[in-house]
Each structure stands twice: as structure tokens, then as C-alpha cells.
Design a protein around this ligand. Sequence first.
Ligand SMILES: NC(=O)C1=CN([C@@H]2O[C@H](COP(=O)(O)OP(=O)(O)OC[C@H]3O[C@@H](n4cnc5c(N)ncnc54)[C@H](O)[C@@H]3O)[C@@H](O)[C@H]2O)[C@@H](O)CC1
Ligand SMILES: [K+]
Length: 512
Amino acid sequence: MKIFNTKEIYEADKFTLERQQISAEDLMEKAAVQIFNWMHTRLNGDQTQIYIFCGVGNNGGDGLVLARHLVQHGYRVTVCVVNFNEHRSKEFLINLDRLKEAKVWPKFLGESSIIPQLEKEAIIVDAIFGIGLKRAVAPWVLEVFREINKSNAFVLSIDIPSGLFMDHKVPNNDEAVKSSYLLSFQVPKLIFFLPDTGLFLDQWELLDIGLDTDFLMHAPSDYELIGKAEVLPFYRPRTKYTHKGTYGHVLIIGGSYGKIGAVLMAAKGSLYAGSGLVTAFVPKCGLVPLQSAFPELMVLTDINETEITNIDFNFTPTVIGIGVGMGTGTNAVKAFSLFLKNNKTPLVIDADGLNILAKNPDLFSDLPPQTVLTPHPKELERMLGKWKNDFDKLIKTKEFSKKHDCIVVIKGAHTITVYGDKGYVNSTGNPGMATGGSGDVLTGVITGLLAQGYATLEAAVFGVYLHGRAADIAIRECGFQALVATDIIAHLGKAYLDLFVDQVNSLQDEQA
Ligand SMILES: NC(=O)C1=CN([C@@H]2O[C@H](COP(=O)(O)OP(=O)(O)OC[C@H]3O[C@@H](n4cnc5c(N)ncnc54)[C@H](O)[C@@H]3O)[C@@H](O)[C@H]2O)[C@@H](O)CC1
Ligand SMILES: [K+]
């Protein structure tokens, strides 16, 4: 599903009004009625006090329309207009009149107004700012945000939590409304998925307000949210007259004394993702543990006992995953640099491979085209330098990806895979995955997909999805805390099977 920025949303809006021959107030009515229906279905006439905080733009207009419908259905509603601007939008003014016609008189809050006491049993609707917030918010309006946050009431935000900017960070963590539930219009926004801004929202849901489907389908977007519908077309079924050679041969290079487990997890990840064969290249100390723990794996060893010194193998792999547990000592750096100079095989680079690249940036020119790099935030920072905020991080990653023709998988709560100007935001995964080894497994899964012939970008995006989905399925049995990286491997099969489970069956399965 496409993630639109502010400009693209306003364009979709304009296109829809022209195509459907409707006015902006008609679209606002449609949008706000969706919110009313959502609330009415759940509240069913309940007399809980509802405070609706409206701004004076169209987000505020949505709040006024909602207020009118709630009042007309007998709900207890107090409307507060946060009067932050002399200029009020046309649709806001039309709906203010309509509200007055319905005999509702909003309280107008200004710089010196006293904000009503907000009881924690109340429901607060946050319709102060939407996607139109452009400049710093006045201090007294920030105070309104703080009062809402302090109330501990249930906060239902409309479109986005008020105070969040669509393209930069909030200056301080108390300068935007914290939503308990967010109802957003038609398309997800990038701010839902970034650590700096995502912390202002908990759950979110999209409401279809009837924006033009042709526009939504054809308009280009810089980011895409990756769910089952997006990865399903990538899936390559296994056919009958095939053999292990059909599904490629992965080579995992890495490991050092005490860090052989990283290679084990990457290698297992590859095989469970479906590669035909997997070989590991490790220091000698890795031979016995790998062969004992994982009989399906073939092992080649370095001449050195405890670290990699000379990467030398006697076959042509389909793809190589390199870096996990490898260390960054002089020998590893020398071996890795020489390997890169002579290598022509597609690569996935993780962990110490990335750390060595960061310290020796001239090596980037030796990477084959479309090399996949899978940094966690610290590794990314070592490669890119410091960034100002999440938006800046993405801009810098895109520049980096274009400069070195590489695919960068920025690991995090919502892993974002960046290639050139485009970012793919993953929707699967959970906090249980913040555990040692889960990154090694991801390296394995992506190499495993590449071995089977998936296009590089597809392998990265699909691999991230499957990895997260496997963890989502695993936590049903073990919860967040007890999830370990090998549980992710063990549930990769179920993540594949889940691709073909429709939503209804999947829900029933979860309830069982
Ligand atoms: N296509 C859609 O998604 C639709 C969106 N609608 C609503 O319209 C909203 C966008 O409305 P607007 O563009 O009017 O913007 P907002 O209502 O988000 O912002 C308020 C207005 O205040 C001004 N402003 C910006 N920063 C300010 C600041 N720091 N201090 C004071 N004033 C400031 C802006 O000029 C803006 O017009 C959406 O978030 C959504 O709620 C719906 O009404 C209908 C359809
Ligand atoms: K809002």
C-alpha cells in the first residue's frame, strides 16, 4: 500500500473532487461521517462525556462535522475550538455555521483561556492539526496538547496526532498529542512508522473516504507499506521436476572464536528460507559445533583456528552472505578486503562486514551491483555519519544507496528497505525480535531467497516481511520476552504457509 506525503494527499484530494464532481465540504462530510460511524458502532449511545478539540483548518472541520452527528444522535459532546489562527478554512466555517444551526455552541480557546478540566473517564477527540501543520506551534497551543496528554483519557486522533509534522521531528516529546487510537484517512503516513514520531500513536486504522482509486493506483510514491498483499506476488512456488540445484547454493562467511552461533543462525535461516544447499566458511574452531548442531550444513574452514584470515573456497555459490560474527581485527579486515577485490558473486553484508566497510569506505567501490546491506541503527550511523532525525536518516540512506548502487535494509521496529529513491516499510515484526541473533537470521533468509532466484530487491523486502511474520507467529506460543532468534527460524515455515491463509482464517487461528 502506498504511503503518500502531504503534497500527494492534497493532489489525491483535488483529483477526486474534480473526477467525482463533489465539493471539499462533501468530502469532509464523507470523511467525518466515517469517524462518526466508527464511534457510534462502539459507543452505541453511551453517555460518556466526549470533548472534541478542533483546530481552525480542515482537520478542525472534520471535528465539527463529527460533533454535529454525535449531538444529533444524543451523545454528550463539548466542542472546544483551539483558535490558533485568524485564518479559518472555508470548510471549517461552513461547518461551524451548521453546528450552530444544530444549537451547539463551541467554547473558543485562545491564549489566555482556561482549558476545561478533562476527566480521565472522558473521550477526547483530537482534531486540532492534521497534515497541514507547517510552522512551530504557539506555546499556548502546546499547553492544550499537554493538558490532553495529562488527562489520561482515551484520545481518538483524527488523521494524525496533532502537533506531528509530516516531514520533520517534533522538537520535544511533549509537543504533540499522544493518541490512544488514530483514525487516518485513506492512506498510511510515513510518520506512523518512524521511531521519532511513531511513539505518539498506539493503534491506528485507515478509513476509506472514497479518494479516486485510479489516482491511488497510478500516482508514484516515495514509500510503500509492505504487507501480505504486497509480497504475495513475489512468492515463487516450488515445482515438481526440480532438485536441490534448482534452488541455489548459499555460502555464509563469518564467525570467530565464541561467535560461531551467528554463522549457524544465518546458515539455518538460508536453508529454512528454501535455498537448495548451504555451505559455511568459518575458522577451524567452527567445524565441530556447526557439524554437530546442523547436519544439513556443509562446512569449509579457514587455515586459522580462531578467526578468518584467508577466504578461499572451491565452488561457485549463487549468493554469499558475509560478516556475521566475523570480527573486525586486522586479519578479518585483510581477508574481507581481498575477498571483495576478487568477488563477482551477489552479496548480502551484515554486522562486522558493515563495520569494516564503514572504517574503510574505499571498499564500497568493490561491491557488486545491488549488494544488500543490513545495518542496525548503530551500523548505519557508522556508514552514514550522524543524522538529525529519522527523516534526515532516510534522505542520507537514499543518497548512499544511489551512490553505491546498494540496497540498504534499515533494521528497526519497522524495518525500511531503501533502494534509490524508494523506501519499503515493513509491517510485520514485534518487540520480541530485539534479541541477539535475529539479525543473523535475517541475513540468512535474504540470502536463501536470493539463492532461489528472487530478484534482489524482492528478496530483501520479502525476506524482511517473512522474518517478521515468523516472529509474529512465534510469539503466540512464547510471548515477547522468551522469543529467541532460533524461534524465528523455527517459524519460517509457518510464515510461508501464512501467505496463503486469508484474513478470516488467520483471525480464527489467532483466537484458537
Ligand atoms: N484527502 C484527505 O485526506 C482529507 C483530509 N481532510 C482533513 O484535512 C486535514 C488537512 O487540513 P488543512 O490543510 O486545513 O490543515 P490542518 O487542519 O491540518 O492545519 C491547520 C491550518 O493551520 C495553518 N497552520 C499550519 N501550521 C500552523 C501553526 N503552527 N500555527 C497556526 N496555524 C498553522 C495551516 O495553514 C493549515 O491550513 C487533514 O489532516 C484531514 O483531517 C478532510 O477534511 C477531507 C479529506
Ligand atoms: K489531529
